[in-house]
Design a protein around this ligand. Structure first.
Ligand code: SF4
Length: 507
């Protein structure tokens, strides 16, 4: 059987919601760099997680093989995504779950809101979820008169402080414990006024605060780490047990999951359950792994929904080199090793996804022409530490370079007034296009010596080149170029023949 489609194929739908930065990275980074408390908190926290990760990874002699397996499974998943999604839907539905498809953040928010409203409830408890951060669900629910309570400790801290997460795994990584104590004292109505900043006391205060919510909530909203196409099973991996409470106690469970989170089979999970905890928290095994397959009569939520979210993932999948970013399992190892992230923190990236993975994922999902996100691929020194740390071997530096190329290409033909870089490139093109042009230019070399003065260094260059001299000097250029020297030394009648050298200045 063949189908005939009329009309033009539709363009990929780019992502919306909290994927877009509100200002370019260089501007935001400059502001964040001035926050010395943030830098101290981040430096300490990332160094601790880095060390833990290195120790547990070194315990496994087949770690590299495992990374290869993880990478191969995710590549195969992306290559076969449409069929796997259909397989997942069939298995999830046959076991009593209901699937909803959302093209973008707005659609996903509307679906979740309608599902909550259908229960008659106005409060929900939430399991930590990047997908719901991405679509701005909490804010949307608030506008509709529904209160969403984060139950992960770090998410709770961020929510109480009316702040934004700055790290995928540790959303409050930018806060230290005395700052957390202040937030609890200020925002928790039932908190002990004598609360100390001892981590155990802070955790206890959060537990007491949340317990009432867990016991009374009729609806929970979660994300999912993996969806298993073979069985229609969803998985949440966590450390605190708050997720288990949300996934089992309420009557209605609504999960929002990106379409790329699928794994083909149950046995594939074995690889990821070794890669993920070691790469994220530096643990051999995470304390709580919850799996559920549709509805189990008389056990757990009886009303189970799943919102499958695109929001720019199909657009990323269409990018042959960039699609590898969809292999990400959100472990956060790349940000913990990134020298740029460690100094600027997560807020500078603007999008829900910070650090090296955010620098490629956000522009891929929103399109590189998105004005704010097109600076993200430049937020890297291309040192490659993220690639080395990534458990699924996403070659982030390669994708960064690819996206920089896309960014340059996207501005081609649009710029009316040439930039300084355009003029410099034009000048270089002219100079290197002919020997006589280069000769002419080389005649200006003594001018450089003049600018350098007696110290023989140039301390300040103008315009776009000023960045180069901001932190280093340029030595004075030689008074003649190599070509000038060669021509002089080898002109007919010269005492110096080929293969001999003279002392003195050379280019
Ligand atoms: S890109 Fe790799 S290292 Fe970074 S969060 Fe994703 S899986 Fe982890």
């Amino acid at each position: 059987m063949s189908n005939t489609f009329l009309g033009m194929p539709s363009l990929p739908v780019f992502g919306s919601g909290n994927l877009n930065a509100t200002e370019p990275f260089p501007k935001a980074a400059r502001r964040e760099l001035a926050n010395t408390q943030l830098r101290a908190n981040l430096g300490h926290a990332t160094a601790t997680i880095r060390d833990k990760r290195l120790k547990v990874v070194a315990e496994l002699p087949d770690w590299e093989d495992m990374r290869d397996s993880g990478s191969a499974i995710k590549d195969a998943t992306m290559a076969n995504l449409p069929a796997l999604l259909e397989q997942f839907e069939a298995n999830f539905t046959v076991r009593g779950g209901v699937i909803h498809w959302a093209r973008d953040a707005q659609e996903a928010n509307e679906i979740v809101t309608a599902l909550i409203q259908a229960t008659g409830e106005s409060e929900v408890v939430k399991v930590k979820s990047m997908a719901t951060q991405e679509i701005g669900l909490n804010e949307y629910l608030q506008e509709q008169g529904i209160a969403a309570y984060e139950t992960d400790l770090a998410e709770l801290i961020v929510q109480l402080d009316h702040d934004k997460p700055s790290h995928i795994l540790v959303p409050a990584i930018h806060k230290n414990r005395s700052q957390i104590r202040e937030i609890f004292l200020r925002e928790m109505v039932d908190v002990d006024p004598g609360l100390s900043d001892d981590p155990a006391r802070l955790a206890e205060a959060a537990r007491k605060h949340l317990r009432k919510k867990f016991l009374s909530a009729k609806v929970a909203v979660s994300g999912a780490n993996f969806g298993l196409a073979e069985t229609g099973t969803l998985t949440v991996v966590e450390s605190e047990g708050n997720g288990r409470m949300c996934l089992t106690l309420p009557e209605t469970l609504i999960t929002v999951m990106g379409i790329e989170k699928l794994l083909p089979s149950f046995t594939d999970l074995e690889v990821f359950m070794q890669l993920l905890p070691r790469s994220s928290t530096g643990e051999r095994m995470n304390p709580y792994t919850s799996l559920w397959t549709g509805v189990t009569p008389g056990d757990g939520p009886q009303n189970v929904h799943l919102v499958m979210l695109d929001n720019g993932r199909t657009a990323a999948l269409a990018d042959k080199m960039g699609r590898t970013a969809l292999n990400c399992i959100r472990c956060s190892a790349c940000m913990n090793v990134c020298p740029v992230y460690e100094r600027t923190g997560g807020h500078a990236y603007g999008s829900t996804y910070p650090g090296p993975i955010g620098a490629i994922l956000s522009p891929l999902m929103t399109g590189i022409t998105s004005e704010e996100n097109n600076s993200l691929p430049y937020a890297s020194s291309l040192c490659g530490a993220c690639y080395d740390a990534c458990p699924v071997k996403i070659n982030i530096p390669e994708v960064l370079v690819h996206l920089r190329g896309e960014d340059v290409d996207s501005t081609r033909g649009k710029v009316k007034v040439p930039t300084q870089m355009d003029l410099m490139m034009k000048g270089a093109q002219w100079a290197f296009s002919s020997g006589s042009h280069l000769n002419l230019l080389e005649k200006g070399l003594p001018l450089g010596k003049l600018v350098a003065g007696r110290n023989k260094v140039i301390k300040k260059l103008p315009g776009i080149a000023a960045g180069w001299t901001q932190s280093r000097d340029i030595p004075a250029p030689p008074s003649q170029s190599f070509r000038q020297w060669w021509a002089k030394e080898h002109k007919p009648g010269s005492a110096v023949g080929p293969g001999t050298t003279t002392e003195g200045e050379q280019a």
